[in-house]
Design a protein around this ligand. Structure first.
Ligand code: PMP
Length: 356
């Protein structure tokens, strides 16, 4: 039976990315060696990193003066590296959920953290608006897509301070004005690659300004200077990332990804709103995520939750159980998810409705 992969991350990747990576694991560039057996300093591997960096810059229209890094440690290590490198006195954070809170927690060890707004009281069912960002902060940190709660900032905020963003779960799903940011980071395991590599886009002249000593591995300067080769980078995930970047370009880039994401999410939200059995969890329609679509059973049908999960699972839906802090269902619709998978889920919802 065909599986429809709605996993929240690690998650669906384009089939050809998996096939090309599998091929290179068997034989890298006809070398007779596996991608898993070569040195990161092998002469054939440097072009992989160089092309991945170049495609990152091209696809996101990254201006001159920025570096693209491939590191380890996940987005979670960036929660700490960001304040280590950029927080001299004070930073502002927008509290939009679990990941934003974790980022704030790390920053508090380095200086004053101003929570400019929070939707915690409403279980993060919307993105706060109308807040003020103090003009004297070192940066303003946002989480552009809240993977757990299914809310998303669909445009770069208009503020007069440098931005830092966790884009783990919506990178390459829309155009971004990178010039507004000093740093954009994320775990690769949604729209880019298998788990194991972290991408960081960093503005070169924003680093090296804090007065504290930064351990070598946590200093962005180290990785900028060494082109992500200070220590052994995650070779296989970087290779897979390159295949995804090539795929992205061939498909038409981030504008096309945005068009597809909107199409998929419009279809699914329309069904959630129409179907009497279900209810979307995000209260502000403009904040509904294109990537993680969260819904629960309508109050009168609460007792059907386990039945629907079983029904949908039997029809090939994978990974639609909601995160424990929201409950219900979450259909993650990342770049590689075909529209047919969304239609298959909608068919399930309609068939289940007819049974009740
Ligand atoms: N930020 C966001 C928005 C996420 O969705 C996740 C993981 N799902 C993280 C951070 C943490 O990423 P990692 O596991 O790579 O540390």
């Amino acid at each position: 039976m065909k599986k429809h992969n709605f996993n929240a991350g690690p998650s669906i990747l384009p089939r050809e990315v998996i096939e090309k990576t599998a091929q290179a694991i068997l034989d890298f560039n006809g070398s007779g060696l596996s991608l898993m057996e070569i040195s990161h300093r092998a002469k054939d591997f440097q072009p992989v990193v160089d092309e991945a960096v170049a495609l990152f810059k091209e696809l996101l229209n990254i201006p001159d003066g920025y570096s693209v890094l491939f590191l380890g440690g996940g987005a979670s290590l960036e929660f700490c590296m960001v304040p280590y490198n950029f927080l001299e006195k004070k930073a502002a954070y927008l509290n939009t959920g679990t990941w934003a809170k974790k980022a704030m927690k790390e920053a508090k060890a380095f200086g004053e953290v101003v929570e400019v707004a929070s939707s915690a009281d409403a279980n993060y069912t919307f993105i706060p608006k109308g807040y003020e960002v103090p003009s004297d902060v070192d940066y303003f940190h946002i989480t552009t897509n809240n993977t757990i709660y299914g809310t998303e900032l669909h445009a770069d905020p208009e503020v007069n301070v440098p931005l830092v963003a966790d884009m783990s779960s919506d990178i390459f799903s829309r155009p971004v004005d990178v010039s507004k940011y000093i740093c954009i980071y994320g775990g690769a395991q949604k729209n880019l690659a298998p788990a194991g590599v972290t991408f960081v886009i960093v503005k070169n002249d924003a680093v090296g300004k804090v007065s504290r000593h930064i351990p070598t591995m946590l200093d962005y300067q180290t990785h900028i200077e060494k082109g992500s080769m200070f220590n052994t980078p995650p070779v296989v995930p970087i290779y897979a990332a390159l295949q995804t970047l090539r795929w992205l370009k061939a498909q038409g880039g981030v504008e096309e990804m945005q068009r597809r994401a909107k199409l998929r999410s419009d279809m699914l939200y329309a069904e959630i709103d129409r179907n009497k059995l279900f209810r979307g969890t995000v209260t502000a329609p403009e904040d509904r995520s294109y990537m993680n679509i969260c819904f629960v059973m309508a109050d009168e049908y609460k007792e059907l939750e386990a039945d629907f999960l079983k029904f949908a699972t039997e029809k090939g839906m994978v990974g639609i159980k909601g995160h424990r802090s929201v409950g219900g269902f979450r259909a993650s619709c990342y770049n590689a998810l075909p529209v047919e998978s969304v239609q298959a889920l909608i068919d399930c919802m309609q068939e289940f409705e007819k049974m009740h």
